[in-house]
Design a protein around this ligand. Structure first.
Ligand SMILES: [Fe+2]
Length: 465
């Protein structure tokens, strides 16, 4: 008998608007008490968010007096103000000898906040390319976003060198080379901005937050006595809470991405939905790993090591819990039904159905990989790349457009830097501290393959920010 409370499906209610959307918790519904954030989580959030908030509302004279007293007596100031961008702690690009160098450009395509995007190319002068296509989405008036942008790379002596960037802007097609002076710098800046938009929508929100939301929903609604509850529960902590908040903070009409980028809210949703039609747990990082050895490719070895160690970890868990997993298989059948009936996966790619124990193991590896390693990579590196407007901005605005408003642009850029800081720095439940012992041991064992790409202590247990 299933011991889940009878109303569990009403409390964990899917978002079901009129149009087609991806499977997730309905952000309009109250959060069920068991998935509400803990006080410790709120404290962690406060610790990183406070420096970027005005200390007190400036319109309240009494509070203002108190604020100046605090400033005078304690010498304590907020980061908010006209010099915010200058005052924020240095990010990785600000620490580079030359953040605009071509070497750094290559390094970040391999190991930056949007990894796994390089594709092998045949029959060209270049061997690898990263391509972003934005032309099919609507941009806001005055927004500058290339309709497409492709960076190309030559493979030479186990290293990549940038060859050229081909992009289209305001109906003009431009091919730039490293010898093209300022035009080349502009091409890289436009490319980085297009990459940023797609990093946030596809890799961060799509592949991690919203993709995992559909598994969390099917899990909470159906899994109770099956031992996989113990295996997966710590990796879902905080996910529905942050996705509910993110629905208005990040992607809604007034959310960060539609506000700060050149894409409007409908376009952001369209990119997100399209990405989710391609995502299935029948996947592994080996499918996208670069086929050639490249000395400073740290993402692929780390991703492959993480995948392998999770396969080992999950297989051991299954063999230790085999009879109870089978005895409670009815819950897995119900989970599978929820997954399939709410999924928007392109049927040409497959189905999310869990047919047998091998499927369930695969699903567990995939979920834990995304909730730990992959989210930690794309989330915690956001400030490294997005914390410096000179280096990259999620939205670029045309100074020649009549709608150009320098104050609004500054506000958008300030918001970018503040949000990136907070999102990248809330480090709640590092796996090295909170994971079950067998997982901790495996992480330490594979440290030499993982940590050149991401420090081991940056890998969190769950998607909670
Ligand atoms: Fe995140």
């Amino acid at each position: 008998m299933n011991a889940l409370p009878e109303n569990v499906k009403e409390r964990f209610k899917y978002y079901e608007p009129d149009g087609r959307t991806f499977a997730r918790f309905d952000p309009e519904s109250p959060l069920p008490p068991e998935v509400e954030p803990t006080d410790r989580y709120e404290a962690h959030l406060g610790l990183q968010a406070i420096p970027t908030l005005p200390l007190l509302p400036s319109s309240v004279p009494v509070l203002n007096a108190l604020l100046s007293r605090l400033v005078n007596v304690l010498g304590f100031r907020s980061m908010a103000g006209p010099l915010l961008q200058e005052w924020m702690p240095a990010n990785l690009s600000r620490l580079q000898p030359d953040k605009f160098s071509d070497e750094y450009f290559v390094e970040r395509r391999l190991n930056g906040f949007n990894p796994g995007k390089l594709n092998r190319v045949e029959g060209q002068e270049w061997q690898y390319a990263v391509h972003y296509k934005t032309g099919r989405y609507k941009t806001k008036p005055g927004g500058l976003l290339p309709e497409y942008s492709e960076a190309r790379f030559i493979l030479k002596d186990r290293a990549l060198q940038v060859h050229s960037i081909d992009y289209s802007l305001k109906d003009q097609t431009i091919v730039c080379f490293p010898t093209d002076g300022q035009d080349w710098e502009d091409a890289k800046y436009y490319f980085r901005s297009a990459e940023y938009v797609f990093q946030e929508i596809q890799s961060h929100l799509g592949r991690t937050h919203m993709n995992m939301d559909q598994y969390a929903m099917a899990f909470y609604r159906n899994i109770d006595r099956n031992p996989i509850r113990e295996l997966l529960l710590p990796h879902f902590e905080g996910l529905l809470n942050i996705d509910k908040k993110g629905a208005s903070l990040i992607i809604g009409n007034t959310g960060f991405i539609p506000q700060a980028s050149a894409l409007d809210s409908d376009s952001v949703n369209a990119v997100l939905t399209e990405e989710l039609t391609t995502l299935t747990y029948h996947w592994s990082p080996a499918t996208q790993a670069l086929p050639d050895p490249i000395d400073n490719n740290y993402f692929d070895p780390a991703a492959l090591a993480m995948w392998e160690l999770l396969e080992e970890y999950v297989a051991a868990f299954f063999s230790n819990n085999q009879p109870d997993i089978q005895a409670n298989w009815d819950e897995v059948v119900a989970m599978s039904q929820d997954l399939v009936s709410h999924s928007i996966l392109d049927p040409a790619i497959g189905t999310l159905e869990i047919k047998d124990e091998a499927d369930l193991q695969k699903l567990c590896v995939y979920v834990i990989y995304h909730c730990t390693f992959f989210h930690s990579w794309v989330n915690n590196k956001q400030y490294e790349d997005g914390g410096d407007i000179e280096y990259t901005a999620i939205g670029l605005w045309d100074k020649d457009d009549p709608s150009y408003d320098p104050k609004l642009v500054q506000e958008r850029h300030d918001n970018q830097v503040k949000l990136m800081w907070t999102l990248a720095n809330v480090r709640y439940n590092p796996a090295l501290e909170s994971a079950p012992l067998p997982l901790k041991r495996l992480l330490w064992k594979h440290q030499d393959r993982i940590s050149p790409g991401i420090p081991l202590d940056w890998i969190m247990m769950s998607i909670n920010i």
